[in-house]
Design a protein around this ligand. Sequence first.
Ligand SMILES: [Mn+2]
Length: 573
Amino acid sequence: MATANPTYVIGHRNPDADSICSAIAYAAFKEARGESGYVAARCGNSNARIDAILERFHTPLPHYLSDVFPRVRDMMVRQPLAVQEDVTCAEALKLIDRHGITYLPVVSVQQRAVGSVTLAQLGHFFIPRIDEPRAMRQVRTSLARIVSSLQASVLHTVDENRLEDLFVRIGAMDVGTFWKISEKEQIPPGQSLIIVGDRRDIQQRSIEIGIRALIISGNLPVDPAIAKLAKERGVSVISSPHDTATTAWFVRTASTIERLVDRKFTALNAEARIADVRRKFSQLSSHAMMVTGEDNLLQGILTKSDLLKPVPTRLVLVDHNELTQAVPGADEVIITEIIDHHRLAPMTTSQPILFINEPVGSTCTIIADLFRRHGLVPAADLAGVMMSGLISDTLLLQSPTSTAKDAEVLNWLQTHAAIKAQALGQLIFSSGSVILASPADRVVRSDFKVYDDEEGVRFAVSQVEELGFDNFWPHAKALAQALADLRATEKLTFAALLVTDINTQNSLMLVKGDAEFIRRISYPHVEQDEIFELNGVVSRKKQLIPYLTDLLKEMHSEGVSPSKSGPPFGKRS
Ligand SMILES: [Mn+2]
C-alpha cells in the first residue's frame, strides 16, 4: 500500500456484491473529496457474481484482510538504537541520555540479537559494592577505550586495542603500604592500572614491577627519565586531564558493557497479537522486549509505553454494523465511520463517529447519494460498480427492501454509467449459480451472517440467489449436511440457508438446529426434511431476520429458551 497507515473501508465477512461495491465506492468517494489514505478492503473470498461485476467495470478486487488484530509489527519501534557488546558503558550511557531511552538492545556484527542492557543494569555497575572490593576495581576494557573516555594524551602505549581485564588502583599512599595491599588482593602487576599524580617514587616502583599502565592525573608533567624507563620496560603511560578521583570514575566508564548484557531474553515475533503480548508483559519485569525475525535478526523493540499508543489500524465499516459480521479483530482497532442499511446491533465506540444508517435497499444507494449531494460525478466504471451493488441487493428493485430512493439513485447512476440497469441486472443474475459452482460447505458459507439476539442466542442465516430451484434440489441433502456441520463448528442455536429464486421472488429455507425452535416455524414444510417454503420472501434482512427473532422472543417469553450454543442440547422441561 502506498499510504503508511491506511484506513480500510471494509464490508462484512463473506462479502456479497453490495459489500464489495460499497467498499470500492466509499474509498473512491473519500478520494474524490480530497481525503487520502482510504483503501477498499474485504474480509472474505470473491464469488462468481462479484468477479463478473468487477471484470465488467475494470475494477480490481479490494485488498484482502484476513483479520485486523493489532500485531507487534503495528506498534513496535522499528530500527531501534542498538549497540554491540564491545561498546563502553560511557558510550551506552551517552546514547541513553541523548535519546531519552532506558533500554538498549545488544546485537552482533550481523545485527543478531544478543541481549540487552538497561539504565538500571548500568546504574548497578556504578554503585559501590563494599563487600566486593576486587570487583569494584575490575574493568574490562582496552587502553584505547580508556584514552578515549578520558580524552587523555598518550605518552606511550603498548597493544592499546587489546580487550583485557584490568584492576584499577590509586597510588595515594606511602609506597610501602601501597604494595602490601596489592599483594594481599593478589592482583598480578600485568593487570594493574595505577592512577597517580606527581609521585615519582610510586611511578618508578610501578614501572619496575611491570604494571600494565600508569595514568598520570591532572596533566602533571612526567619526568623524562620516568618516561624513558616506561618505554624500556614496555609499560604504557597515559596523561589524564582530570584529577585523580574523576580519572578513576572515567576509567570505570571505559568498561565495555559485555559483562552487563542480559543474555536471557525471549524475543517477540512481529506477527504476534498485541493482546497476547500484553499478557506476556504483565508477567515480565522488563519494560521492553526485542522483536526478532529470521536468524534472530533484530527488527525492533516493543516497550510497555508502545502498548499505550493508539492502534494505527482504522476501519470504515460499510454494509454492516454488527461486530459478529465484521472482520475479526475489528473490536480491537479504531472504527471511524459506519455506512450501513441494516438493523442496528449494539456496538460501543470510544470516540464519536460518523454513522450513516438509512433504511434503503443497498449501501451503494447511500454512497451514490453522497456523490450526488456533494455535486460529484462518478466515473462511468465506478457508477457501474455502484449500480451493481444496488441491483444485486434490491434484486433490480424487486425486493421488498427496495425504496423509492433506490429507484431514483439507480436512475441517476445510469446517466453516468455506460450500461443500462436492465442489461446489468441480466449480467449480474446470470453470473453463475453459487450452488453449481461450489461444494456444499462453501455454498453455506458464501453469504453467511451470524446474529446474536438480546438473550445471547447465536444463529446464522446464509443466502444464495438462484434462477429457479432446479439447481437446489439435487444438492438439498448435501446442503443440509453442510448446514448441520456449520452449526456445530460455529456453535449456533440454529443455522439457516435461504435459497431465493430471483425469477419468482420466492425462497426456500433449509434449517438445522434446535428442534423446539424449528417446530415453531409456521411456514409450510416441503418434504419431510427441514425445508420450508417462504413464498414472497426474498429479503433476509427485512423479512426473514425479523421473523426469526420474533420466534426467539416468543420462546424466551414462554421460558423455553433454545440452547444458547450448539449441540449437545440442555434438557428442557
Ligand atoms: Mn447490503
